[in-house]
Design a protein around this ligand. Structure first.
Ligand code: AMP
Ligand code: MG
Length: 418
């Protein structure tokens, strides 16, 4: 068989979604990371691991306002030596019979080995008396390295930076942070039947919805949408549009034009302009999803049906966008759930839009969102999961355990169980 024939035969094979995802990930390399100011590092992925280059706190520090003392000093009354505020450099030395006033966060002066909180003391005429039965060594002192130690791995590469991570980076002096670059994404919807949302559809026309869904999904996945347009099913326009998108973007997302109709030009053009890796998936919805590459650029020819388009995005595009940003592919977590009603399987792996809830016993159960036709965007509304319905020859019944891919946290006891 020639190479061309081999290729054609492979493309005709229906890939298992897991194999398809592995194929996508095998073709994705993280983009060159970029340096951003710490104030802009939030919600980005850390490109290099953060290793502590100092210990924190760098000095023994008081955790209470009070007095620095020697814990086993037998003196009952102690002469107060002055005070240390946070930020002060202590210039006193505590010796038996003395105490140094100290504020939270301030360095513990030489000689002292405990801090007594002010509430447990009385002071008169410069003499402090402790009003607690016992002072222990190290009381109310954060030792050097109590928070973190020099050399510790603090944040692994690929972690999403939230408020605590950003704070930690700042506390270690990172005014700038190396993070994964946001992938530039081009979104192109195709189809002669599509009109813009502000237009009244004529006979046979519908409003374009995928362009808006995909752009938001891409942005939520951390991408920057650089092109977002509609192109008619016209070969030259579409070719030029895809070429422009390849120039401007790291990832090109098209919707429509990949099934078997006469005007399924996207599929044809991907074959012409790119290396096509797969065109058929053993899944429902989303069977005709196309994946192709040109060098490091990724092209996803998503099916036109709005549900197929978004399922395809979640299953294949989102993991790729993660990896481009130096993150792990982070597939949505898969959890076992008990189904609440009968479900008829199809002849392919079906991703049914569903609502997963946590019962009072902590167990997860799920019901689907009604008719699962791939044009019915309503099947997504209110859902938080894809129920993975494996093909088989008999229905699943209430109580059967299926996998669910959680797109959002489970809802809590949303409705009465029937
Ligand atoms: P296609 O994959 O181009 O054959 O489209 C499959 C179905 O999805 C057809 O019914 C189209 O009208 C519909 N469709 C295609 N693109 C869009 C879009 N951008 N928004 C909404 N529906 C679409
Ligand atoms: Mg079309």
């Amino acid at each position: 068989m020639t190479d061309t024939h081999q290729r054609a035969a492979d493309l005709d094979r229906m890939l298992h979604p897991d194999e398809a995802r592995a194929t996508v990930l095998a073709n994705v390399r993280p983009l060159e990371p970029e340096r951003v100011p710490i104030a802009e590092a939030g919600d980005r992925f850390l490109a290099n691991p953060l290793i502590a280059d100092v210990s924190l706190p760098p000095f023994p520090a008081a955790t209470m306002d009070g007095f620095a003392v020697i814990h086993d000093d037998p003196a009952v009354e102690r002469r107060v030596l002055g005070s240390g505020f946070a930020g002060d450099n202590p210039d006193v030395t505590v010796v038996p019979g003395t105490a140094a006033k100290i504020m939270t966060g301030a360095p513990v002066p030489n000689g002292a080995d405990a801090v007594v909180q002010v509430e447990n003391t009385t002071t008169a005429d410069g003499i402090m008396t402790i009003q607690q039965p016992e002072v222990r060594y190290g009381n109310n002192i954060r030792e050097v390295g109590a928070d973190l130690r020099k050399g510790d791995l603090l944040i692994e590469a690929g972690m999403l930076l939230g408020p605590a991570e950003v704070g930690l980076l700042a506390s270690l002096g990172h005014a700038e942070v190396l993070v994964g670059r946001r992938p530039r994404v081009a979104v192109i919807s195709t189809g002669n039947e599509l009109v813009a949302p502000d237009q009244i559809p004529g006979p046979g026309q519908i409003r374009d919805s995928n362009r808006f869904s995909l752009a938001l999904a891409a942005r939520r996945a951390g991408a920057e949408v650089v092109i977002n347009r509609h192109i008619r099913d016209e070969e030259a326009e579409l070719r030029a549009g895809i070429q422009d998108a390849l120039e401007a973007a790291d990832v090109v997302l098209t919707s429509g034009g990949v099934s078997m109709g006469d005007l399924d030009l996207v599929k044809m053009l991907l074959g012409e302009l790119a290396v096509v890796h797969f065109q058929k998936l053993f899944m429902k919805p989303g069977k005709p999803l196309n994946f192709a590459t040109v060098g490091d650029k990724l092209l996803f020819g998503l099916p036109g049906n709005p549900v197929s388009c978004l399922v395809g995005f979640q299953m294949f595009v989102r993991p790729a966008l993660q990896v481009l940003q130096s993150a792990p592919p982070d597939p949505h977590p898969t959890v076992p759930v008990a189904i609440e009603h009968e479900i008829a399987p199809s002849d392919r792996i079906e991703y049914q839009r569903a609502v997963v809830t946590t019962g009072t016993d902590g167990r997860l159960s799920a019901y689907n969102t009604g008719p699962q036709m791939s044009a019915r965007l309503m099947s997504f509304i209110g859902s938080n999961a894809f129920l993975v319905v494996q093909p088989r020859d008999k229905p699943y019944v209430a109580g059967d355990i299926l996998d669910a891919i959680l797109l959002a946290p489970p809802a809590v006891g949303l409705r009465e169980k029937s």
